[in-house]
Every structure is written in C-alpha cells, then in structure tokens.
Design a protein around this ligand. Sequence first.
Ligand SMILES: O=C[C@H](O)COP(=O)(O)O
Length: 260
Amino acid sequence: MSRKPLIAGNWKMNLNHLEAIAVVQKLAFALPDKYFAHVDVTVIPPFTDLRSVQTAVDGDDLKITYGAQDLSPHDSGAYTGDISGAFLAKLGCTYVIVGHSERRTIHGETNEIVLAKTKAALRHGLTPIVCIGEGLDIREQGTHVEYNVEQLRGSLAGLTAEELSATVIAYEPVWAIGTGKVATPQDAQEVCAAVRGTIAELGGADVAAGIRVLYGGSVSSKNVGELVAQPDVDGGLVGGASLKPDEFAALSAIAAGGPL
Ligand SMILES: O=C[C@H](O)COP(=O)(O)O
C-alpha cells in the first residue's frame, strides 16, 4: 500500500496569531497547490492562533490543514486551562498531537494520560499524532527499540483496529529534538519499522500497511529526502524548520518527491 507522506509543522510555543497568518500565507505562496497531490502538509500552532489560521485557510481555500498541540482527555467541565477536542473539531482542526516528549517530560504525561487523550481525539473525529521517543540514556544503552515499542503499546492500549487506522504515530528521539542532531535514516527506519510491526500485532497487517509513521527531530530540507526514502518513514514532525515558511515549503516539496 502506498502511503501519502505527511509533513506536520509543530510550532510549539512560537508565533502569535498575527504572525501565524503571515506564516500560513507565505507557506501557501511558496508551496503551490499541485504539491498537495503528493504530500499532506499541516501546521500545528498554539491554541490562540487556531481561529486566525482557520480564517486564513478558509478565506483563501488553502490546501494546508491545521491542528493543535494538545487536548484534554475530557470533553467538557471543570478543567481550568484545558481545551476540549470538541472545540478543536469545531475550529476545523484535522490533527492533534498527543504525548509529545515535551508534554511527557515537562507536564508529567504518562502513557495512560496519552492513551486517554488519544481516545478523546478519536471521539471528536480528530487524527491524533501519537508521539513516542527515547532519551539519550536509553539510546546509549541500546534498548531504544524495546523502549519505543513499550511506550507505543502503553499509549495505544485497547484501541480497536479501526481506531488505530485513524491515528498517526511520530517517532521522535528526544536527543534529536531541537539539537540539530538528526537521527540517521537507518536509526529512523529501525524504530519506525518496529512501530509498524507493533501496529500489525495490535491491529492486523492491513492497519499496519496503511498507518503513517513519522520521524521527528531536527528535520530540515537537508535531511528530509533521505528520511522519507526509508520504507517505513512516511513523513516528518517538524519543529524549528516549520517556523520558516520558505524552508518548510522546501522540505514539504522534497517529501512530495521533488520540484514539480
Ligand atoms: O515536534 C517536533 C519536534 O519536537 C522536533 O523539533 P525540531 O524539528 O525543532 O527538532
């Protein structure tokens, strides 16, 4: 089965809503519509930008989609500061990131919380981008494959085959995030293949063949070509490079297969 690559730009806590509009417009200008037959491109801004991004995308009928960086495991109620998946769906979000290593580390999110958020996303028709990844200590011990498989199993426990097929998985080695130290294509392939193998065990061969597995960690226009050329790497979760529209457009075009 051929899987269309997905390039997701996680802006993290960068760009206010006015800057967001400018970045989306520049990105759309730099990445003509014809590329979207070959790659899905999404931006994942802070919550406060989403309404402005929606207006920019709808107003100009852009092919870029957008999503959020987190959501509540609950649908509504007394959860001060949290954002419901229902609100994100109403704003036209396609994706929501769950379990990013910055949330697992800084906010203490466990696999159980990540699973609850994944279920919340699915309840509201959002595509969860479920993140896993090992720290440098695990990589140096050489137990990174087992570590990632366990994190994946914990983050997806009990999901049906149908639910699994509606998710995206992102492998992001923590030591490669924001450091400029990109994993080698072989490193990325090793874990992404193990992810697909685990999905096959959880949901069957067809689900595994269709699910998109992304690599994240210092992805740029210089390395994305080699990464997406790996058989089990279906795109990138991009941080820093997604803040520069020309660079993000260039790497998305490479993921689409090159200049059209
Ligand atoms: O979600 C994105 C990642 O954490 C990667 O960030 P980076 O591309 O700045 O290394």
